[in-house]
Design a protein around this ligand. Structure first.
Ligand SMILES: Cc1cc2nc3c(=O)[nH]c(=O)nc-3n(C[C@H](O)[C@H](O)[C@H](O)COP(=O)(O)OP(=O)(O)OC[C@H]3O[C@@H](n4cnc5c(N)ncnc54)[C@H](O)[C@@H]3O)c2cc1C
Length: 537
């Protein structure tokens, strides 16, 4: 059992990397995945097949009461828990546990971020990652069905669609019209580098199927004899000889095996990769020693710099003119804007959401409870406001040497005053939009935030800190950077500083967030790293 490359985790990055590296028939690639695998599309469970955010769930994936199956009760979700702020209740952190990883359970929004995001990565000592250098890899990821030209791909594994304004329901059209009447520019293409303003939502939901990396990358590569995909196999530890990683200790079917490889790549995600590193003795030495874990290398940055986009919802009762259910699935209009006074372009995102039951204050935060309400008698309309380039950082820490115990995660949302200021501005913009005549018949009485929450900046801050929840874009927990960056875990080629034969390729190595949901950026990272590995970097 010795491979050229062993990859831990078949998620967005791991599936793409395994597919690209196994294009060379002389390279043997092992892809280990803790969750199950569905090689035959016909046996792919409906909850994975259909992106509920973009299309109505088919009847077979609904409970007897007609509610879509909640992801948090799914075997394809790690269901981690975390804290978001000191004021908010505990928060559920969904993460995919299946081939395709989180790309198999996500909401299929497909946005790249802005060129400045990648230029900022480069300016932190990662000169291989500026916009000019990553653009060809973004193009390589996709087949954009609706847009072409210099900025789009036409033969990549992931199908991308821009919603068709002619098919928008009345609510989306009204949201678009309200944005335009408020002075926001119209953009036909949110993935154009200069774009901003309001325009069609972008998705990798293809003919109602959530096009995960398992479908796009892994399935066409499965016939290769040099690619071995092993589901239901959890890596427990990295095996080291001195500072060289030589293999993995893996649990499969209740037994433990050791597999060897010339190169070990962690693609276990922004939770799984730092967790596995620390369990294996690479991390903050004090934290590891306190848990009795022998320290292989003191790497203080493991688990630090945790980043995610916080989001909040403004909620209204349904107005008489709201008829969204009839056309749900026809796509949406999305507004990207720069917060007033911010120097960061497009650092806020706003869209009008589906019908929901508002979250009950003080309960565990989960998107599932929102979804559960879609068919209930009490319906609401929401605007989701996301802060797309937060400065606040959280932390992931090890609490046990037992691999079954999840690490602790504190997201520390909105700790920085600049973040609170921008999100406050986002709320006030959403409220301004809601008062425009275009939306008047759709929105009833405002439910949340209440008037008293809006009475002052301090009151609104308290509301934000108790409501902010995850956009599900956890990242940066093993950040990329040069060796003189004390908190960098990997270099810009993904290699763990100070170690040999050990790399990380997934969302954890992002030096910072991008101003967009991050799945396209993560797949782009895998594409670029595959080229580096092939080139022997
Ligand atoms: C509910 C949800 C909605 C989202 N919506 C969007 C969206 O609309 N648009 C967008 O761009 N992004 C979205 N995201 C974020 C995006 O999907 C993720 O950031 C991205 O998929 C992360 O990719 P990754 O490769 O880093 O990790 P993952 O895709 O999470 O892959 C990690 C894989 O490693 C496996 N693994 C972990 N530990 C081990 C181990 N020890 N041994 C073996 N295997 C292991 C896991 O089971 C998993 O399959 C969403 C995420 C979630 C969860």
């Amino acid at each position: 059992m010795k491979y050229d490359v062993a990859i831990v985790g078949a998620g967005s990055a791991g599936s793409a990397l395994a597919a690209r590296l196994s294009e060379d028939p002389d390279r043997s690639v092992l892809l280990l995945e803790a969750g199950p695998d569905y090689p035959d599309f016909n046996h792919l469970p409906d909850e994975l097949k259909y992106g509920y955010a973009a299309a109505p769930a088919p009847p077979s994936s609904r409970t007897a009461a007609g509610h879509p199956v909640a992801l948090s009760s799914s075997p394809h979700n790690w269901q981690f828990m975390a804290t978001s702020t000191d004021l908010a209740p505990p928060m559920l952190v969904p993460r995919g546990k299946v081939t395709g990883g989180s790309s198999a359970i996500n909401s299929s929004a497909f946005y790249r971020g802005v060129p400045e995001d990648f230029d900022a990565w480069a300016s932190r000592g990662n000169d291989q990652w500026n916009y000019e250098k990553v653009l060809p890899y973004f193009r390589k990821v996709e087949t954009d069905v609706d847009q072409d030209g210099d900025f789009h791909g036409s033969d990549g594994p992931i199908f991308v669609h821009h919603s068709n304004p002619d098919a928008w329901d009345a609510a989306q059209q009204a949201f678009f019209d309200a944005c335009r009447a408020s002075g926001f520019a119209e953009t036909p293409d949110h993935n154009h580098p200069d774009s901003g303003g309001v325009g069609p939502g972008v998705t990798n939901n293809h003919n109602r199927v959530r096009f995960s990396t398992a479908l796009g990358y892994l399935d066409p590569a499965r016939h290769r004899l040099n690619l071995t995909v092993r589901p239901n196999c959890q890596a427990l530890r990295i095996v080291f000889q001195g500072k060289r990683a030589t293999g993995l200790l893996v649990e499969s079917g209740g037994q433990t095996f050791t597999v060897e490889a010339e190169q070990i790549v962690l693609s276990a995600g922004a939770v799984g990769s730092p967790h596995l590193l620390m369990l294996s003795g690479v991390g903050p030495a004090g934290q590891l020693a306190a848990l009795g874990i022998p320290v292989v290398q003191d790497t203080p940055g493991v688990g630090r710099n945790l980043k995610d986009h916080p989001k909040v919802y403004v909620t209204w009762e349904v107005g008489d003119g709201f008829d969204a259910p009839a056309n749900r699935g026809a796509g949406s209009a999305v507004l990207r804007l720069t917060a007033p006074g911010s120097h960061l372009r497009n650092d806020l995102g706003i869209n009008l959401g589906a019908l929901v039951v508002p979250r009950v204050r003080g309960t565990v935060q989960t998107d599932d409870t929102r979804r559960e309400g879609e068919n209930s008698d009490t319906r609401y309309v929401e605007m989701m406001i996301g802060l797309l380039l937060p400065e606040s950082q959280g932390e992931l820490t090890l609490t046990s040497s037992d691999h079954r115990v999840q690490p602790a995660m504190h997201y520390n949302y909105l700790a920085e005053p600049f973040d609170r200021k921008r999100l406050r501005a986002g709320i006030r913009l959403a409220l301004d939009l809601s008062e425009r005549p275009e939306l008047a018949s759709l929105l009833g009485k405002r439910v949340d935030p209440e008037d008293e929450d809006l009475a002052s900046d301090d009151a609104l801050d308290r509301w934000l800190l108790s409501e902010a929840t995850t956009y599900s874009h956890i990242s940066c927990t093993c950040r990329m950077g040069p060796s003189d960056d004390p908190l960098a875990v990997v270099d810009q080629y993904g290699k763990v500083h100070g170690m040999e034969g050990l790399s990380i390729v997934d969302a954890s190595i992002m030096p910072d967030l991008v101003r967009a949901p991050i799945n396209p950026a993560v797949i782009m990272i895998a594409e670029r790293m595959a080229d580096f590995i092939r080139a022997g970097r």
